[in-house]
Design a protein around this ligand. Structure first.
Ligand code: LLP
Length: 443
């Protein structure tokens, strides 16, 4: 094996081709084989079956470090957004790296506590519909901050904390009315969206909160959406937040934290894109400029930017077929395993796991589809790929965020296994579901 990984621009080298001489021995042209870190993907597929989620621990570490480097000049905590990928193995890895967590349900909080009980003090709890049970669990766990989104929620939290004879640290989530150039389903920072409160309304609510002995005003939070690749909207939102922090302080409130939310986008296509470290540095600059001189502890809630590029969905080609001149490749993964193309018409790069060397010039326009009985069950339309045969393995890239997290059992399909690769080591962090797992709860 000749270790010559090809780095794909703008991404950590989690998934790279290494040259293999096996093909040469069989007197064929040489092959390149896609690896995750140092582990060849064909071996993983043989051993663990497909579809299979494969994650790179080194890529996750690299991204956490890039964030920490970019924000090194200010006190900050990375509160990884659990919804992006909530596997306990991933949460444990992030906890060991010193991350806190952004949760949006009692279930996510429970995952964090099981991954590392000590991480509770770095948990922020976001979401428009926290139930009193969830509030109680979070208060008992001693989380860092509740991001409150409405007057009613503020009242419910105060009552809940009073009953437990505790104090809830709060930030109000501001809706800054900033457009973010992203898919409408994941844009959250406009007044027409259900999220957050207008700054004007927030000021009154902070005054109300300061009257409750069971609420402790601690910060201001904001989150304008997800998969935002330009940094200007973040800067604009932060300007509104900084303005409000000034007003609140002049009203006499103590504001220690600014929670900037998540949302930093990643490059899904093969378009020229900046190196991640440069991108996150520009993001840091956009956030920090408006906050200069405010002396706050910055909380960040990235999800996708940490785990997106660190994961791939490995799938095998079942069949090829033609309809009216259109060529289809039917694979064994489906929309239930990776919903993003069906839900957002999202683009994911698809890489053949074995590639002849030199790469063949011939390319085909293919629709890559799954076996589920819906036309929306596709991974790519009219994608140009090198020749793909039945039995071949394909890797659907950048599937580490909102992949397994959005997976379902639609069509009674067991969800894939998940493995975490670290250099040469492979750890199964979730086994493949069985039919018994799926049917256990039904009578
Ligand atoms: N904080 C809050 C309050 C959020 O609502 C979200 C994401 C995040 C942080 C993390 O955002 P990120 O850094 O991952 O962009 N399923 C969609 C994405 C939904 C995002 C929802 N909120 C997708 O597959 O693109």
């Amino acid at each position: 094996m000749n270790r010559k990984p090809t780095r794909r621009q703008g991404r950590p080298p989690a998934f790279a081709y290494h040259q293999s001489r096996r093909g040469l021995l069989r007197r064929r042209s040489a092959e390149r084989i896609l690896h995750c870190d140092d582990v060849p993907l064909p071996g993983l597929a043989e051993r663990l079956g497909t579809p299979l989620y494969v994650y790179s621990a080194s890529a996750i570490r690299e991204r956490v470090r890039a964030f920490d480097r970019a924000f090194r000049k200010v006190p900050h905590t990375l509160c990884y957004s659990v919804k992006a990928n909530s596997n306990l193995g991933i949460l444990r890895l992030l906890a060991r790296l010193g991350c806190g967590f952004d949760v949006v349900s009692g279930g996510e909080l429970e995952r964090v506590l099981r991954a590392d009980r000590r991480a509770a003090k770095k948990v922020v709890f976001s979401g428009v519909g926290k139930t009193t049970d969830e509030m109680r669990a979070a208060l008992k766990a001693g989380i860092l901050l509740f991001n409150v989104e409405s007057e009613s929620e503020l009242g419910a939290l105060a009552e809940c904390a009073a009953r437990l004879k505790q104090t809830a640290r709060i930030a109000l989530r501001i809706n800054p009315d900033v457009p973010a150039n992203t898919h409408p389903y994941i844009s959250t920072g406009l007044h027409q969206h259900k999220f957050g409160l207008r700054s004007s309304e927030a000021r009154g609510l902070y005054a109300r909160a300061s009257g409750s002995q069971h609420l402790k005003i601690a910060g201001v939070s904001v989150h304008i959406g997800s998969q935002i690749t330009e940094v200007a909207p973040f800067a604009l939102a932060m300007e509104r937040v900084a303005e409000l922090v000034g007003e609140l302080r002049s009203d006499g409130h103590q504001i220690d934290y600014v929670d900037a939310g998540g949302g930093l986008g990643i490059a899904y296509g093969d378009e020229a894109s900046p190196e991640f470290a440069d991108h996150v540095a520009a993001y840091a600059d956009a956030l920090l400029r408006p906050l200069r001189g405010l002396k706050v502890h910055l909380l960040l809630e990235p999800g996708r930017a940490i785990v997106g590029a660190a994961g791939a969905l490995l799938t095998r080609v079942l069949y090829r077929k033609h309809n009216d001149g259109k060529k289809f490749v039917v694979v064994d993964a489906a929309m239930n395993d990776l919903l993003r193309p069906a839900l957002y018409d999202a683009y994911h790069e698809i890489a053949p796991v074995r590639l002849d060397e030199p790469p063949p010039e011939q390319r085909e326009k293919l629709d890559v589809v799954g076996p589920v009985c819906e036309t929306g069950d596709f991974f790519a339309h009219g994608r140009e790929l090198p020749p793909v045969h039945e039995g071949d393995l394909l890797a659907i890239l950048d599937a580490g965020a909102y992949g397994m997290a959005l997976a379902s059992n639609y069509n009674t399909r067991p969800r894939p296994a998940e493995v975490l690769v670290d250099g040469k080591s492979v750890r199964i962090i979730r086994r493949r579901e069985t039919m018994d797992d799926l049917l256990r709860l039904e009578t």
